[in-house]
Design a protein. Structure first.
Lengths: 102, 375
C-alpha cells in the first residue's frame, strides 16, 4: 500500500467528471481523480495511483523511474494485479500483449 | 554487476555510500529510523545495509499498516462478517492477517462472504451491485489511503447508498513517531521520513521533531539512491549540529501536501481520543474515526461491535520488533513457527513488514548492490 503505481491519463470519463481511464503499461482501468482537484490532470499527464485514486501528478521521467523501482522491489506483479483488479470486472480494453512492467 | 546496472545512476550510489562512510564519525553510533514500511522493504531488498558502515544503524519504524493493527480490531471486524447478508471487503494485504479465530481468508473458507478489493471505490461498487446485502469495507492504512476512504464515504453519502459502511482503522503517523520518541528505551538520531504519506500531509507536520526534539527528518523516495541520499542528508545535519526537515523526494512530495486529500479527510474523519497499536500500546489521538455526520456509513456506529482486546500470542515478539527494540531474527518464533507461508504475527504477512522483508531478503541473502558490486 505504501508503493504508488504510475499511470498515464488516457481520457476523462464523459459520464463521471471525477473518473479517468488510466494506462498502466498497457492495462487500462478507471481511476478516481477526486483527490487531485488542486491540479486536475488532462490526457497525457502522468499520475501516481494509490488504491484506485490518483494522488499526485508526476513527470514522465519520474513515472518511468517509479515503474523501475516497483520492478526492482519485486512488486511489479502485485502492482499489475492491483491495477487489473480495479473496477471489479474488466471493463476496459487492454492494449494487446501488454501488462508487464519491462 | 547484474543488479547494479538496473539502478538509476549506479555511480552515484557508490558515491553516496562513500559519502556516508566519510560523514559517519567513527566515534559516534548513529541510529536512524526509517518510518515507512515501504522503505524497510526497499532497504532489505536492495541490501542497503551492506553499504553502510557498522556505526550507522537503521531501525525499522511503525509504518506498516497491517503490522500495527492489533488483533482485537481484526476480531471485531470479522465478528460482523458472520452476520447474514453481509459482505466483508478488504485489501489483499489484510486477508492473511491472523485474528484469534483465523484470518479473513480462513473465514472465507468457512463460508463467509469475504472479498478482496483493490480500492475502497470498488467496495462501494460491490454495494451498488448487491443491494440486498450490506457491504462493509475494512479500512486500514496511514494518510496514504485514508483520503481515498474519505472520498468514497463522501460519494456514498451523496448517492444515499444505505447498504455500505466502513470499519475504520486508519491511523496517523505523527503520534506514532511521538510515542517512539517518548519511549525511554529508544534513542534515535534522526528519521528517514515516509515518502507517500508525505505527498498527502506534506513536510510541515514533522517540524516539531526538528524544533522540539532536535532530530533531523529527511522525507525520502524509494529508490536505492533516494534512501542513501537521505542518509547522507541526515548525517550532514548531524555533523553540523543541525536539526531541520528536508525533502529529498521533491519530485513527488510538495511541501504543503495534497490539499484536496486533506480536505476530504477533514470532512469525514475526526481524531479518536486514543487507539491501540500493536507493540506501541494505546496512543492518544493517533487514529481516525468517522464523524457523526457520516454515522450511517460507520460500521462501528451502525452495528454493535464487541470491542475486544486480545494480546498477541505470548511467544511472538511483534511488539518489540515494531518498536525497534528487537531485530526480526531475534524473535523466538522467527523463521521457525513464524514464516511468510505460515505467519503467526502480522509483521510476517505484509511485504512492508520488517519480519517478511528480513526473511525474504536477509535470511535468504539474494544478490544485492554490495554483493553484485564485489563480483
Amino acid at each position: 500500500m505504501c508503493l504508488a503505481i504510475p499511470g498515464k491519463i488516457v481520457e476523462l470519463d464523459a459520464q463521471n467528471a471525477h473518473l479517468a481511464v488510466v494506462d498502466v503499461v498497457g492495462v487500462r482501468r478507471k481511476v478516481d481523480l477526486g483527490l487531485l482537484l488542486e491540479q486536475f490532470p488532462v490526457p497525457g499527464d502522468w499520475v501516481l495511483i494509490h488504491v484506485g485514486f490518483a494522488m499526485s501528478k508526476i513527470s514522465e521521467a519520474d513515472a518511468l523511474d517509479q515503474m523501475r523501482t516497483l520492478r526492482m522491489l519485486g512488486e511489479a506483479d502485485a502492482a499489475m494485479e492491483e491495477v487489473r483488479g480495479y473496477g471489479l470486472e474488466n471493463e476496459e480494453q487492454d492494449a494487446p500483449g501488454q501488462g508487464r512492467i519491462q | 554487476m547484474r543488479f547494479v546496472d538496473e539502478f538509476r545512476a549506479p555511480e552515484l550510489i557508490s558515491k553516496a555510500g562513500e559519502e556516508i562512510r566519510r560523514l559517519a564519525d567513527p566515534h559516534r553510533h548513529f541510529r536512524i529510523m526509517e518510518v515507512c514500511g515501504g522503505h524497510t522493504h526497499a532497504i532489505y531488498r536492495f541490501g542497503l545495509k551492506d553499504l553502510l558502515p557498522e556505526n550507522v544503524e537503521l531501525i525499522h519504524g511503525p509504518g506498516c499498516p497491517v503490522c500495527v493493527l492489533p488483533m482485537g480490531r481484526i476480531d471485531d471486524g470479522l465478528s460482523l462478517a458472520a452476520k447474514p447478508d453481509f459482505i466483508f471487503a478488504a485489501f489483499g494485504d489484510m486477508m492473511r492477517v491472523p485474528g484469534t479465530h483465523g484470518s479473513p481468508l480462513e473465514y472465507k473458507a468457512r463460508g463467509m462472504d469475504v472479498r478482496i478489493v483493490y480500492s475502497p471505490a470498488d467496495a462501494l461498487k460491490l454495494a451498488r451491485s448487491n443491494p440486498e446485502k450490506h457491504v462493509m469495507f475494512f479500512a486500514i492504512g496511514f494518510e496514504t489511503t485514508a483520503p481515498s476512504t474519505a472520498l468514497t464515504l463522501m460519494r456514498a453519502k451523496a448517492e444515499g447508498l444505505r447498504n455500505f459502511s466502513v470499519f475504520c482503522n486508519h491511523v496517523t503517523i505523527i503520534p506514532a513517531i511521538r510515542a517512539i520518541l517518548d519511549s525511554p528505551d529508544m534513542r534515535l538520531d534522526g528519521f528517514v521520513g515516509p515518502g507517500h504519506v508525505s505527498t498527502v500531509i506534506g513536510c510541515r507536520p514533522y517540524d516539531w521533531i526538528a524544533k522540539d526534539e532536535r532530530k533531523p527528518v529527511v522525507v525520502s523516495g524509494f529508490e536505492p539512491l533516494d534512501i542513501l541520499q537521505s542518509i547522507v542528508m541526515l548525517l550532514r545535519q548531524l555533523r553540523d549540529g543541525e536539526a531541520k526537515v528536508e525533502n529529498q523526494y521533491k519530485r513527488v512530495v510538495p511541501w504543503e501536501g495534497n490539499l484536496a486529500a486533506l480536505r476530504a479527510m477533514a470532512e469525514v474523519f475526526e481524531l479518536r481520543p486514543y487507539f491501540e497499536w500493536r507493540g506501541l500500546g494505546f496512543i492518544s489521538q493517533s487514529a481516525l474515526k468517522i464523524r457523526a455526520s457520516y454515522a450511517q456509513w460507520d460500521s462501528e456506529q451502525r452495528f454493535s461491535v464487541p470491542g475486544v482486546r486480545v494480546t498477541d500470542p505470548k511467544a511472538a515478539q511483534c511488539g518489540e520488533v515494531l518498536k525497534g527494540v528487537l531485530k526480526p531474527a531475534q524473535c523466538k518464533l522467527f523463521g521457525r513457527e513464524c514464516t511468510p507461508e505460515q505467519p503467526v504475527g502480522a509483521l510476517m504477512v505484509s511485504s512492508e513488514g520488517s519480519c517478511a522483508a528480513y526473511y525474504n531478503y536477509e535470511h535468504r541473502k539474494p544478490v544485492t548492490i554490495a554483493s553484485a558490486a564485489a563480483n
